[in-house]
Design a protein around this ligand. Sequence first.
Ligand code: 2BA
Length: 109
Amino acid sequence: MKLIMGIVHSDDADTLVRALHQEGHRCTKISSTGGFLREGNATILIGTEAAHVDEILDIIRENCHARTQLVSPLPPVAEAGELYIPRPVEVQIGGATVFVVDVERSERF
Ligand code: 2BA
């Protein structure tokens, strides 16, 4: 058995959960926060048989889209009298960051 962990944009999460359920895959959506942007995203946990992993990765790929976002960098330590004008930088956020791990044991009681 495998556990797929997909970190996706919050805007794609519900569509992805719906698509997974439509194809008969169980999943859990967890609200998470990215360490870099410190903004909400969603982590989708999917426990599945190894034979279904590729099909699930296709569903994730089809339903999660890359996007760009403007981020204001943290200001540097300024000397007295120095003026710092923050200039937003564009960050590319991937459609999904996915980890697939082996599950030693899984039970449903
Ligand atoms: P965040 O950490 O908020 O990162 C959002 C996007 O910011 C990243 O998109 C990446 O394009 C950029 N970014 C992240 N760290 C950066 C850095 N040190 N310098 C410059 N740009 C940086 P993605 O790579 O698509 O990641 C989207 C989200 O997936 C991340 O949100 C994080 O929540 C998760 N993630 C990505 N890689 C991970 C990893 N190796 N382990 C755990 N979570 C990860």
